[in-house]
Design a protein around this ligand. Sequence first.
Ligand SMILES: NC(=O)c1ccc[n+]([C@@H]2O[C@H](COP(=O)([O-])OP(=O)(O)OC[C@H]3O[C@@H](n4cnc5c(N)ncnc54)[C@H](OP(=O)(O)O)[C@@H]3O)[C@@H](O)[C@H]2O)c1
Length: 326
Amino acid sequence: MFKALLIETEKTQGTLKELSEDELPEGEVTVAVEYSTINYKDGLAISGRPGVVREYPMVPGIDLAGTVEASDSPNWKPGDKVTVNGWELGETRFGGLAQKARVKAEHLTAIPEKFSTYEASAIGTAGYTAMLCVMALEEHGIKKGDEVLVTGAAGGVGSVATAVLSKLGYEVTTSSGRADTEGDYLKQLGATNIIDRAEIAGPPKGPMGKARWQGCVDAVGGDTLATVLTQIKMHGAVAACGLADSPTLNTSVIPFILRAVTLVGINCVYEAPERRELAWKRLAEDLNPDLLKEMSQTVGLEESIGVAEQILEGKVRGRVVVDVNN
Ligand SMILES: NC(=O)c1ccc[n+]([C@@H]2O[C@H](COP(=O)([O-])OP(=O)(O)OC[C@H]3O[C@@H](n4cnc5c(N)ncnc54)[C@H](OP(=O)(O)O)[C@@H]3O)[C@@H](O)[C@H]2O)c1
């Protein structure tokens, strides 16, 4: 038997239960989970909101990090340190908020040697997504020294994006609704400039605004994204990964046709294994692991239920690691 959070039916919250290994789904690899994390999507799932969990009962947790316990795959052996991000974990497959998980071999990524399982979780799905956003900006010509904007900066994606972009030598402006309380934190991550999110909360004042940023990592969506698009410089790009404000985007084609702006969509859930490996390799190179201590707090499995509401209210700073054995 092992401990897990379980969401039993639609609209019910996650509760702590004991499960047996027989209840785990099919898969080649059994993982002794050490840590999972609370991402925005986990907040929705655990609190019984719609849109994330598609099968019941479900163990939530869109990511996990731990050690391979048993494997029928030649690619993984007991003792390997692994992580899973996405692949419908906590949506259609039992997720990481449990002491054990059974997963498909192709869904595992090796944790880079530089990181412990704890550090891999402090990065987690939010941090891996932040790296995918940075890679997308680079692939669209944004380069060292350019001015870039990170929205939702004090959240999980925003914190890691800020830390990586500043280490890479970009001039990072962070937008936050908590600029007054989290300003020092964002500066510690490397932000050179901090703006109040109200400044870009939109709707846009017109089809084109003053060109301010060469690139943007946007975790917020809605009118913020619409406004940011009007402020991107010639040949700039926005990596859009989130909807912390809204999924609705009311914009015009003007930024695309007059400033050749690119809007790049990011979906971490189904990224190919090779790109995941690359993102994790890049995180090992381009993220200062010392900053993970600043960015993360640790809670126990049962405590994570309370954090679900906090993340939906935008009250969580950085990342929340869940020690599933506590
Ligand atoms: N596409 C993908 O593959 C992918 C992967 C991971 C995450 N996501 C999405 O990315 C977003 C961020 O995820 P996360 O885990 O970093 O969540 P998070 O830790 O809750 O961060 C979101 C941040 O957005 C800001 N925010 C919250 N409500 C807002 C509002 N109404 N208007 C403007 N800003 C608001 C807050 O930052 P400030 O207080 O600093 O303003 C908050 O901390 C979520 O929408 C999540 O679903 C997508």
